[in-house]
Design a protein around this ligand. Structure first.
Ligand code: NIG
Ligand code: FE
Length: 407
């Protein structure tokens, strides 16, 4: 049993109410037993039975739920920094992909990398994520695109989860793009996904979700439907890379297949917003990807006003979003997606948990939920997001254990 005392402001981030309502408590304390939160309230009202417990002193800072990055492509061999200059000088993401760069070039290098090498890379990133206050991340495969290489990447995520640093939620994304060897035989590749990859992944419990990149350059809506029909049979819930580079009906498709989330949405339609609201599909904003691909960012106001829950994530990957800095993505969502600091905080906590189907277990500071917290050196969320510093996180507690302290 332990208690966090002297919390200047506790942003509990309970789900109920508006996205902007972070349900703050001033001069708060939190008690937890083992991995779970037992009591939350004003420190003045801390029950006697917790008063003598060993405590963490928050020093009057802001305490928020452990941050959740609900969209990353964590395991890859190399950053594609050679494409950076080309993009700045005007070549588009698709031009670069067609000229042999893009996702397929990462597939080439990632296929050559051993699982051990990938684990070493990932551990370096996750250690730094912990220092930013992040306690749960979603990780997608999709740089393997063969049965063995997709299994290799998903096994890397299983190993990382065992490392007991961050909680990892895995997503199978064999439908990231069509690999070169199936270029002239797309339907065979879809067959490989449905008849070999999905059964094997399900048998070994290697993923919770199945994601498809729906775009002219990747998969059509009909191909995505076929894949989701099969993934559902194998117990994997749907997620989508939707309307990222062109308006392609991705949001509507997400609603029609009952997806948990639709991510990107730079070109979402009015109808797409209505349908996502009706089907409670979470919209995930990825401002780093909009920035690095020079796309106009999605206006999240339209989504929030339309009744859609909005999450914020990094999209960390070697091509379109080469940073795992979730607080940076949150600050960018304020400025690019027009979300208020309070809205982005719910976006990277309770709504990110919803985008992973984990909202009953984490994402807010409430009795019964996981004791995951980030201590932030700021007086409130506005202060944190506005005066942006390299790392405002003072300490990270994961499942009741202190896993990072700035001191
Ligand atoms: O989310 N859109 C597709 N996938 C990634 C980019 C992957 C890459 O460029 O390597 C994204 O932006
Ligand atoms: Fe992505």
């Amino acid at each position: 049993m332990a208690v966090i005392k002297n919390i200047g402001l506790l942003a509990t981030c309970k789900a109920k109410g508006a996205q902007s309502d972070i349900h703050p408590i001033k001069k708060a304390a939190v008690a937890f037993e083992g991995q779970r939160i037992a009591w939350v309230g004003q420190e003045l009202k801390l029950p006697k039975k917790y008063q003598k417990e060993g405590s963490f002193d928050a020093g009057g800072c802001l305490v928020v739920p452990g941050l959740i990055d609900c969209h990353t492509h964590l395991a890859f061999a190399e950053f594609r920094d050679k494409e950076f200059e080309k993009k700045i000088l005007g070549e588009s993401y698709l031009d670069i992909a067609q000229a042999g760069g893009g996702i397929l070039s990462t597939v080439n290098s990632t296929r050559k990398a051993s699982a051990q090498k990938l684990i070493e890379h990932c551990l370096k990133y996750t250690a730094e994520m912990v220092e930013l206050g992040i306690t749960t991340i979603e990780c997608k495969s999709g740089y393997g695109l063969s049965l063995n290489d997709e299994l290799k990447i998903l096994s890397v995520y299983s190993e990382l989860n065992k490392a007991e640093q961050l909680d990892i939620v895995s997503t199978f994304m064999g439908a990231h793009t069509v690999p070169t060897e199936y270029k002239n035989n797309r339907s065979e590749y879809i067959k490989l996904i449905c008849e070999e990859m999905l059964p094997m992944i399900s048998e070994h419990g290697l993923a919770s979700f199945c994601d498809v990149f729906v775009e002219d350059s990747a998969f059509t809506a009909n191909e995505a439907k076929t894949i989701f029909k099969t993934s559902k049979k194998f117990g994997l819930l749907a997620k989508l890379h939707a309307d990222q580079l062109t308006p392609s009906g991705g949001a509507e498709l997400a609603a029609s297949v009952g997806a948990v989330s639709a991510d990107h949405l730079e070109y979402i339609s009015k109808k797409g917003i209505e349908q996502m609201a009706r089907k409670a599909v979470v919209a995930v904003m990825l401002p780093l990807a909009s920035l690095y691909t020079h796309q106009p960012a999605c206006n999240a106001r339209k989504l929030i006003d339309g009744g859609v829950d909005v999450a914020v994530a990094t999209d960390f990957n070697p091509g379109s979003a080469p940073s795992y800095h979730l607080p940076l993505a949150m600050m960018l969502s304020c400025n690019m997606n027009r979300m208020t600091p309070a809205e982005v905080l719910k976006g990277a906590t309770i709504n990110a948990a919803k985008a992973l189907g984990l909202e009953k277990d984490r994402g807010s500071i409430e009795a019964g939920k996981l004791a995951d917290f980030a201590f932030i050196d700021a007086s409130d969320v506005n202060d944190w997001m506005y005066h942006f510093v390299p790392n405002a996180c003072l300490a990270t507690i994961k499942r009741g254990e202190l896993i990072y302290s700035a001191e």
